[in-house]
Write a new protein. Sequence first.
Length: 363
Amino acid sequence: MMALALAEARKGWGRTSPNPMVGAVVADGGRVVSKGFHARAGTPHAEPVALDRAGDRARGAVLYVTLEPCNHQGRTPPCTAAILASGVRRVVIGARDPNPHVRGGGAGFLAERGLDVVTGVLGRECEELNVFFNKFITTGRPYVIVKSAATLDGKLATREGHSRWVTGDKARRFVHRLRHGVDAILVGRGTVLADDPSLNTRLPGRAGGIDPLRIVLDTRLSLPVTARVFDPESGGPTLVACGPGPDGARVRALEKRGVEVLPLPLCRGRVELASLLDEMGRRRKTSLLIEGGAEINAAALVEEKIADRILFFFAPKIIGGRTAPTLVGGLGAAVMDEALRVEILKVRRLGDDWLFEARPLSD
């Protein structure tokens, strides 16, 4: 039943931020009575959706929910009130609410009022479902994914900078599904100059997916204002993060195109990523996808170490060449003990390409 609730929760992918994805199932005698999920922020939570669909059949039944029910008033009433009113006898919870201010409140409230409450069922899977929300609610910063595509010898492009396309259709569809699910996407000046990307979401179907906030690192505001990423019709809203004291004329030219300019402190002569994360957190952005080149990868992985997850795609091609850009730039480690250690979480095949999913290990 909890696996069914997880499947329900995933229907909200890309639409619930800054709220978590949540799914619920009402069951009686081992049979499903109703299901529900949180569709988007500001709409009813999964529990009242499933309970409303169950109606009187919820009395004496069991409610399965992937995340601990809320016990506080937000944009919607507390779910614990709907659960008590429904007459269910038992509540089975996947993951506890990670919010340090409310953790345990919902489960405890229900147990104190006589309901049988069980927690931790498929707990790891339920926690993994909401890694974006969990990181944001506990740290105030978005969850950071570093994604890159390279050839088998680790090259992002040829010596002439040509990179279309390193990987095939299935890998690119995976990335667009990922873009649909994140709040913001980040690239650097070099990527804009080399590829002139739109950084939008292109999924099959009429909806086509949700476009994330587009963020460009351009320390000196030197990019041409005609770049596609600055076109308000080509995707989501765009923000340019630059260094302190930007040129007023350049700022006005970008703002005329609807682009927001955000001056931030510098780190090693470029925009400090930590300051950018703090600003994204203040804006309630729970996730950031970095699709930059070698230098941004180096900053995120090795220099500032802000990455939570790594997605490296490898295509069965070899480019070679001393000057062809590699996955991670910067100065690099001097000795092997300085290398960033990672844990490989998953390896999967997408068409002819291979995706390695990893997380950086702390020192």
